[in-house]
Write a protein that binds this ligand. Sequence first.
Ligand code: HEC
Length: 106
Amino acid sequence: MIKLLVLFIATMASLSSTTVIAADGKALYVSRDCISCHGVEGRGKTDKGHPRLSCQQEKYLITQMQDISKGIRKAGQGKSKCGLSKASHGDFDALADYLSKVRPCL
Ligand code: HEC
């Protein structure tokens, strides 16, 4: 019985930690206003040149965010400058985790 209880608690702990990461990414996506350019759930607004972010590889998203924030990749020059300056480097992992897992991929 005790073994079962320990197993149950361990399972709950691992489940909730995964959920927290995903929830943080979603909250960041909204609070950092990525949504105004990249759309609901990162679906993009390609008519405005704002790329889809959802369903892309997590590693790819992190690399792009790092490159854009460092100015290595010039994204959205002019009117639609990518708002990554509002996100800190610590946010990139959570944002990429959320965006790579958000479903459905329409
Ligand atoms: C003012 C509009 C705007 C806002 C706000 C904005 N972006 Fe962007 N973003 C762009 C544009 C424009 C591009 C690049 C288009 C290009 O390079 O062709 C881009 C590119 C990207 C890319 C690379 C996508 C790819 O397919 O290579 C990522 C990742 C990204 N943005 C993440 C974010 C995140 C996360 C936020 C919120 C912190 C954010 N952006 C806020 C306009 C915006």
